[in-house]
Each structure stands twice: as C-alpha cells, then as structure tokens.
Write a protein that binds this ligand. Structure first.
Ligand code: GAR
Length: 221
C-alpha cells in the first residue's frame, strides 16, 4: 500500500488550487490526505469547497490575534493536532513568521503565479502583463523567510501576448498551477525531494527534453 502524506492547506480566496489537489486525491493520482484547511478570510470560497468534500476547516482572522507570533502559534497547534506533515499554501495571502517556519522546516510549499524570481509579491500576473514579458508561468517552491523566495521545486512556462490583460494571462497560468502543484506534492509523497542550499533535487526525474522556445517564433534563424 502506498503511504499518504498528511496535508494542511492554507487559503485566502477562491481555492481553485485546493480544488485541483482534492480532485487529484479523489482520482487516485495524488497519495495525500487533506487533514485540515485553514483560511484567514471568512468569505473565502475555498471554505465552501472544503465543506463540500467534508474536510475540516478553520477560520483564523488576522485581527483576532495580538501578534504574528500569536497567530502562528495557534496555526501550528491546529496543524499539529491534525498530524499535518506538509503545509501547502494555496493562495494564502499572509507572510509566515519564523516561529511557523521553524515548526515545519522545508515542509511548507507555496505556489506563485510567475516565473520566480521575477514578479514576487502581490499582483504578479498584472505586473508581468504590464512589463511586456514574452513568457510567464508559475512556480512551486519551499517557503522561507522572504517573499516568494525559497528553493524552487517545479516551474511551468506559458507564453504571454501583447494583447494579454491581467485576466487572460492569469487564466493561462492558473491552468498550469493546477497541474504543477499536485505534481510537486506527489514528488514529496514519493519521498523524491532532496534540498541542498537552493537546489531541489528530485530523484528519478529526467532532464526536460523541451527545445528552447521563442516568442514570437523565429522566422529567419
Ligand atoms: C493563485 O494564482 C496563486 O498562485 C496566487 O493566488 C491565486 C490563488 O488562487 N498566489 C499568490 O499570488 C501568492 N503570492 P486560488 O485561490 O484559486 O487557488
């Protein structure tokens, strides 16, 4: 029997990444169990998704805690009480303090809608579209004390077009988020991940065979 990794998922919004994790667990491709969902936003649609799938959920509103440490301590207690092994930030719009990071060393993943280290922080898709990049994408990485700065596990690339808006680019990126996040978690579940400094080695994966991409496509060369 394959061992399942116990997940705690942190959300703030729609929860489409949470949904893709739920779906991939339910269709048997992801060896994980979501033990608990924590939201710092009462109105997050992600909470609705958790309820629908009978996953325990907690709301922790930022203003109910006197300090970041206080918030982090409570969240650690909840996650540990559900025997969570891997913390998955899925659109969780809050920075984690050192207390929390120390409680789950290299056991916290985050997804970011850009090719890090480009466009960290909020509104990544808007910044990328306005900048006029020719490619963007998404990144799953381990979380450290910086903003979207920890060691990178997997990235996906999508083209960006001159007539893209924030929304059209975000939709193209989100489709790939829903594929790479379950994959990153499955790498973890299969115990393939080894981190050395900034390098994340994933045992048993091949070198990517994709040829270089050009946007616009080369015509003369
Ligand atoms: C996703 O695009 C995720 O990459 C982004 O928030 C969205 C959440 O969507 N996260 C960040 O920007 C973190 N810096 P979801 O609630 O539908 O999964």
């Amino acid at each position: 029997m394959r061992v399942k990794v116990n997940l705690g998922i942190l959300v703030s919004g729609s929860g489409s990444n949470l949904q893709s994790i739920i779906d991939n667990i339910e269709n048997g491709r992801l060896d994980a169990e979501i033990k608990v969902v924590i939201s710092n936003n009462t109105d997050a649609f992600a909470l609705e998704r958790a309820r629908k799938h009978h996953i325990p959920s907690f709301v922790m509103q930022n203003q109910d805690y006197i300090s970041r440490e206080d918030f982090d301590r409570k969240m650690i207690d909840v996650l540990k009480s559900y025997s969570v092994e891997l913390v998955v930030m899925a659109g969780f719009m809050r920075i984690l303090g050192s207390l929390f990071l120390d409680a789950f060393p290299m056991k916290i993943m985050n997804i970011h809608p850009a090719l890090l280290p480009s466009f960290p922080g909020m509104h990544a898709q808007k910044k990328a579209a306005e900048y006029g990049v020719r490619f963007s994408g998404c990144t799953v990485h381990f979380t450290d004390a910086g903003v979207d700065s920890g060691p990178i596990i997997i990235q996906a690339i999508v083209p960006a077009y001159t007539d893209d808006t924030e929304d059209t680019l975000a939709a193209r990126i989100l489709k790939e988020e829903h594929r790479i996040y379950p994959q990153a978690i499955q790498f973890y579940a299969e115990d393939r991940i080894e981190v050395t400094g900034r390098q994340v080695h994933i045992r048993g994966t091949d070198r990517v065979q994709a040829p270089p991409l050009h946007n616009p496509p080369l015509i003369t060369f």
